[in-house]
Design a protein around this ligand. Structure first.
Ligand SMILES: Nc1ncnc2c1ncn2[C@@H]1O[C@H](COP(=O)(O)OP(=O)(O)OP(=O)(O)O)[C@@H](O)[C@H]1O
Ligand SMILES: [Mg+2]
Length: 248
């Protein structure tokens, strides 16, 4: 569904943030990209929806090169940014979540349904009429997630979705992501907090110093996390089997 071929990316100041990345993401896969701060996770996923274009190499979404048609990738891939503030556009919570569906040209009944449903999913219905700039950090993140849910893209990308969220927030957001995966959506998530999500992912990729170090099934990758400065899940330290954050 998505193919990264020898992807390299250099920022304007000369920083080489990604070096020859090869990666394939299958339809319906739940891929976790982990790596320490500054390793290149955000830079990598910003290539998936054409927000950044490769300095060299290619990113191909459903057979379409993002460098020749970035709009296609933008439609197919919905992204929840690491910095929720930068994603908020609407005045009120409801208006913000409606922004995407409105831009898709949907009729008003469909918009109403999608926005209400998305707000229910993230537990924000009670704040629908509140002004976005008065929200807490965790609430803003939920608004951003609701906004992407309302667009129902085939591929959903979450950049550090648990940052700023409390325990209830983490489990609510995780539940929605797991549900979307079960519905057949392709999910890509970045985090350095592997423990919260590892029980639900199909594949883990480790990014370090702009390089893709390894990619594979969780059982194979978990023992390698600490050598790249990523904290392994607690249960793995005690030799336990995978534990989900959704089990009480
Ligand atoms: N706009 C920019 N201009 C120049 N360098 C940048 C820019 N954005 C990021 N970088 C650099 O690119 C590298 C990768 O950054 P990136 O944001 O992709 O890392 P990350 O893995 O997402 O980190 P974090 O865990 O802190 O979110 C870092 O060395 C960073 O300093
Ligand atoms: Mg980042």
């Amino acid at each position: 569904m998505i193919r990264l071929e020898n992807l390299q990316y250099k920022y304007a100041d000369g920083t080489t943030a990604l070096k020859s990345i090869h990666l394939e993401i299958q339809k319906g896969e739940f891929l976790l990209i982990c790596g320490p701060n500054g390793s290149g996770k955000t830079t990598l996923i910003r290539h998936l929806n054409g927000l950044l274009l490769p300095s060299s190499g290619r990113v191909v979404v459903d057979g379409v090169d993002t460098a020749t048609n970035a709009k296609h990738a933008l439609k197919r891939v919905g992204m929840v940014f690491q910095d929720a503030d930068s994603q908020i556009i609407g005045e009120t919570v409801w208006e913000d979540v409606a922004f995407g569906p409105e831009n898709m040209g949907l009729d008003s009944t469909e918009i109403q349904e999608r926005v209400d449903h998305a707000l229910d999913l993230v537990g924000l219905q009670a704040l629908a009429q509140k002004s976005c700039h008065l929200l807490s950090g965790g609430e803003k993140r939920r608004v951003a997630i609701a906004g992407v849910l309302a667009m129902q893209p085939a591929i959903l990308v979450f950049d550090e979705p648990f940052a700023n969220l409390d325990y209830l927030g983490v489990t609510q957001v995780l539940q929605q992501i797991v549900r979307l995966h079960a519905m057949g959506h392709t999910i890509v998530m970045t985090t350095h907090d592997v423990e919260k999500v590892v029980a639900h992912v199909d594949t883990i990729a480790i990014v370090h110093g702009g390089e893709l170090k390894t990619v594979g099934f969780p059982e194979k990758i978990i023992p390698q996390l600490s050598q790249y400065g990523i904290r392994p899940p607690c249960f793995s330290l005690f030799g336990e089997k995978t534990v989900s954050w959704l089990t009480e």
